[in-house]
Design a protein around this ligand. Structure first.
Ligand code: KIV
Length: 266
């Protein structure tokens, strides 16, 4: 029997921040992508509410439900043996009072087997983070561009209010967040926040000075059909590879060359 690898914990994230080792986090929404991400050796696998857009083709992350996050979170948490699995708290649970948030995050932790939750919010949600941490639930904060607030923010755009961003990130860290995701934040502001916080920042569209980086896996491997944001670097063209494979299989079936003798039973 192969030994189970040692799980990445909040202590490892803190140690990485202390030692200046950059943290990596990538999204996964199902068994195969969870396995892929874990095999690639990332520190954290995020079951993001971006699944509403990436796997369900919705316009925003707002339609993601608690039941959907639990369903996908449980699959990914079973697939991932080493990385810390983080599941997003979907809109609007962090705004419905501390008890509703604790209840929802406790369900996420119990029913998925994940190791942490992530929640979007401003300094106004610090009390929720504090209560979750008190309950023993590790929390990642998410400030800057908060996709759940896309309509309030006027679109998916760079967030430039340095004072507000610093305030929100400091509040999340002071409340006990184990890391803070900074989304679509100018490089200088992200660098200042990273230097100010004792916990790691994990950037997406926030420049190279964050303590870690996160990307949506489908963007990273070229599986997203639509245009990806400028801050994404595409490391593969999986969409072309898969489309080509299916088209070649279709051609073989139509030509009568699949299945051949090796693929025929009996
Ligand atoms: O939902 C998500 O995938 C996220 C990342 C983009 C950080 O929150």
């Amino acid at each position: 029997m192969t030994a189970r690898p040692k799980r990445v914990t909040v202590h490892d994230l803190a140690a990485a921040r202390r030692d200046g080792r950059r943290i990596t986090m990538v999204t996964a929404y199902d068994w195969p992508t969870g396995r892929l991400a874990d095999d690639a050796g990332v520190d954290c696998v995020l079951v993001g509410d971006s699944l509403a857009m990436v796997v369900a083709g919705r316009e925003s992350t707002i339609p993601a439900t608690l039941e959907q996050m639990i369903y996908h979170g449980e699959i990914v948490a079973r697939a991932v043996a080493r990385a810390m699995v983080v599941v997003d708290l979907p809109f609007p649970l962090q705004h419905l009072g501390v008890m509703r948030a604790v209840e929802a995050c406790a369900r996420i932790l119990k029913e998925t087997g994940c190791q942490a939750v992530k929640l979007e919010g401003t300094a106004g949600q610090a009390g929720v983070i504090e209560a979750l941490v008190q309950a023993g639930i590790p929390v990642m904060g998410h400030v800057g561009l908060r996709p759940q607030a896309v309509h309030q923010l006027g679109g998916y755009r760079l967030q430039r209010d340095g004072e507000a961003l610093r305030h929100d990130a400091r509040a999340a860290a002071a409340a006990g967040a184990c890391a803070v995701v900074l989304e679509c934040v100018p490089r200088e502001i992200a660098a200042t926040i990273t230097a100010e916080l004792s916990v790691p920042t994990i950037g997406i569209g926030a420049g190279p000075d964050c303590a870690g980086q996160v990307l949506v896996l489908h963007d990273l491997v070229g599986l997203s059909p639509d245009r990806v944001p400028r801050f994404v670097r595409r490391y593969a063209d999986a969409r072309a590879t898969i489309t080509d494979a299916v088209a070649r299989w279709r051609a073989d079936v139509e030509a009568g060359t699949f299945p051949g003798p090796d693929e025929t039973l009996g």
